[in-house]
Design a binder for this molecule. Structure first.
Ligand SMILES: Cc1cc2nc3c(=O)[nH]c(=O)nc-3n(C[C@H](O)[C@H](O)[C@H](O)COP(=O)(O)OP(=O)(O)OC[C@H]3O[C@@H](n4cnc5c(N)ncnc54)[C@H](O)[C@@H]3O)c2cc1C
Length: 637
């Protein structure tokens, strides 16, 4: 879709209708949504784009209005009444009852709605309608004169928002926030669960990219989207925890899911809803993957996770704990009745740091994820005097803050770059510092120094920052002659993880990448082995819960298509499109984001109790009122 007859996208008019439609719109510096397959024209919040000069812009406009009407909430009435009025005028036109004045009236209504609507959706929704009437006047007049019918068939539509686009699982964020605003917590939770089956977990520890994309960033502060999700989940739990319902239908096929992390759980839930028999095989005695054996309890209490897993089990998903699938014998699984396999084994093998002596297996040198797993699985850990944690990511921070809680006297993170490059979330770094964790920047490990099999100290070198590397972060370069040692009773290595894949026995080899992750088809999540799908951290490398949940959701659809011999459908893509900006100048009053209390830093270091508090119902409703409802509707044919 790179040739256009007309475009008003972003307010930039490109009109090739008189000559040949030969100018490439994208080369004119305008990005618009990428549509699946060949399309004649599209209409969205930011304009009208016509590829085929024969496209019926009047029909497109009516279909756009009908889709926009579904999103109009009626809260401020302005856009709902305006859209209804314009749709009525279209109907009069088709009955030959319209007149030329109707077009001026449509433009007037569209301008009024843009100027007076309260939310960002209402303020932006009717720009393209004005464009259509203005630049395709003759086509509208043809209809008014009764010369042509309006076609309602063959149109497709999509709805997004800046926060939805930023969310890896595309949750309907404005939708669930609006329900909270109206105290409809249970309905809000149902909407969240359509794409996020661990709402209480994600409401606590999601990395919330949605908040970075929130349009309120341009005005005051982003909405506390994560905490609102948590509010919906917490209120449900307070009301008794409900249930997820049962499968919608029964199917004869069964699916084996290897791994009970967020990817495996999301796939299991969705497949079960579709009616498949699902069995999850899990190595550890606790289900939940890294949410169970990685993330510490002071950020994510175990009972929140186990409640959400219980709901999935109650739907009839079978969970086989303490069952490590060392070998994945695809033919054997088939004989046992499994028609498809989902490999969701995560990334649990700690990466080496490349220091001398790290392979010697000396006492006192431990891997970060193993350390956190031991704590989560209840192993007794004797606190030491001095512990050094290598790494600057969230796992390093989790190790450090856990050490404080275990009673280690002196906890220090060793990181090879400066604070500006630290990948850990700012709130985690601040939390750790408040708890007394020290951070030694620009220092890299060189050697694990041990005596008689017992750690003595860490050999290190000072670093300085050089030119940026492939990641865009400044490359750390050793400072000559700055080698030194730091005494420690324990060194924890937390510099990343890789997958530990089972041996796959099948006709074809399981394809993997040079990083040891599983290679999959980007749309279907199919691996090189027939009937085996993969997703989550074992495909992406260490990522986030919400990305893993999304992979599970998508894999379920793909396995369903595979088992039913259907073709998975490709949807619209907003990649590269500025979803956050629209052509109106919204007037919005400033209002700071709602905050929750944190457990006092002196109290919280004494236990693994949850640090972050929750919104009370009234506070959640108040925060929800700050949502600008930046829904964007796109219709195309
Ligand atoms: C310490 C730590 C803190 C984190 N904090 C956050 C955070 O705050 N926010 C966030 O969004 N993300 C966080 N993450 C990342 C997040 O937890 C992962 O991205 C996510 O859990 C990946 O989900 P997954 O289902 O792909 O894999 P996992 O959650 O790793 O689950 C894989 C499961 O497969 C099982 N398994 C592996 N091999 C086999 C086998 N052969 N047979 C049977 N079972 C097997 C494993 O035991 C595990 O239970 C954190 C990760 C860590 C390590």
């Amino acid at each position: 879709m790179d040739k256009v007859a007309f475009s008003s996208w972003n307010g930039k008019i490109i009109d090739n209708r008189k000559g040949k439609a030969s100018k490439a719109l994208k080369s004119a510096g305008v990005n618009f949504p990428e549509l699946p397959g060949k399309a004649d024209a599209l209409m969205g919040w930011n304009g009208l784009v016509v590829m085929n000069p024969k496209a019926d812009v009047v029909s497109l406009t009516l279909n756009y209005l009908k889709e926009a009407r579904k999103i109009s909430c009626g809260e401020c009435s302005v856009c709902m009444i305006g859209i209804d009025k314009i749709i009525d005028m279209f109907e009069l036109m088709t009955e030959g009852l319209g007149d030329q004045g109707a077009l001026a009236e449509i433009e007037r209504i569209a301008n009024e709605v843009s100027a007076n609507a309260k939310c960002a959706f209402g303020q932006s929704a009717l720009f393209p309608v004005s464009d259509a009437v203005k630049y395709y006047k003759k086509d509208f007049l043809d209809v008014i004169k009764g010369g042509r019918k309006i076609d309602a068939a063959g149109y497709r539509s999509a709805v997004t928002a800046p926060c939805i686009e930023a969310c890896p699982a595309s949750l309907d964020i404005p939708g669930y926030i609006e329900l909270i605003k109206n105290r409809r917590f249970a309905e809000s939770l149902n909407l969240i669960r359509e794409k996020c089956i661990l709402p209480g977990v994600v409401g606590r520890v999601c990395t919330h990219p949605c908040e970075q994309a929130c349009v309120r960033n341009y005005i005051d502060e982003p909405l506390s989207i994560r905490l609102l999700k948590r509010a919906a989940a917490d209120f449900d739990l307070q009301e008794g925890g409900g249930s997820l319902g049962g499968p919608r239908t029964a199917k004869k096929e069964n699916v084996a899911v290897i791994g009970s992390g967020p990817a495996g759980l999301a796939a299991a839930y969705n497949l079960r809803v579709m009616g498949y028999g699902v069995t999850i095989f899990e190595t550890f005695p606790q289900a939940g993957g890294m949410a169970a054996v990685g993330i510490p309890g002071y950020r994510l209490p175990a009972d929140i996770l186990s409640h959400e897993i219980d709901l999935i089990k109650r739907m009839g998903v079978e969970l086989k704990l303490n069952t490590k699938m060392e070998t994945l014998d695809v033919d054997r699984l088939k004989k046992e009745g499994y028609d498809a396999v989902f490999l969701a084994v995560g990334a649990h093998k700690g990466n080496p740091m490349g220091a001398r002596g790290e392979d010697a297996g000396c006492e006192g040198f431990v891997d970060g994820v193993e350390f956190l797993r031991d704590i989560n699985l209840g192993k007794k850990i004797e606190p030491k005097k001095k512990v050094l944690i290598i790494g600057g990511g969230n796992v390093a921070l989790d190790c450090a803050r856990s050490c404080v809680r275990l009673g280690f006297k002196d906890v220090e993170i060793v990181y090879r770059r400066s604070r500006a490059e630290m990948p850990a979330r700012e709130e985690e770094i601040e939390g750790a510092e408040a708890e007394g964790v020290k951070i030694m920047y620009l220092t890299a490990p060189l050697e694990i120094v041990a005596s008689e099999g017992r750690l003595e100290c860490l050999g290190c070198v000072k670093m300085k920052l050089g030119k940026p590397d492939e990641s865009g972060r400044k490359r750390p370069v050793p400072v000559k002659g700055s080698e030194h040692t730091i005494e420690a009773d324990m060194v924890i290595c937390a510099i990343g993880q890789s997958p530990e894949l089972p041996v796959v026995k099948a006709k074809k080899k399981l394809s993997t990448t040079p990083w040891g992750t599983v290679e999959v088809d980007a749309v279907t999540y199919k691996t090189s082995v027939e009937g085996v799908f993969a997703g989550g951290d074992c495909v992406t490398g260490p990522a986030t819960l919400i990305e893993a949940l999304n992979a599970g959701n998508e894999v379920a659809k793909s396995i369903d298509a595979y088992l039913q011999n259907a073709k998975p459908e490709k949807g619209i893509s907003f990649k590269g499109v500025e979803v956050g900006k629209h052509r109106g100048d919204a007037f919005v009053g400033k209002k700071a984001a709602g905050k929750v209390d944190l457990l006092d830093s002196k109290k919280r270091i004494k236990s693994f109790s949850e640090v972050e508090g929750a919104f009370a119902a009234a506070d959640a409703m108040k925060e929800a009122q700050r949502c600008l409802r930046c829904y964007r509707v796109v219709v195309w044919q």
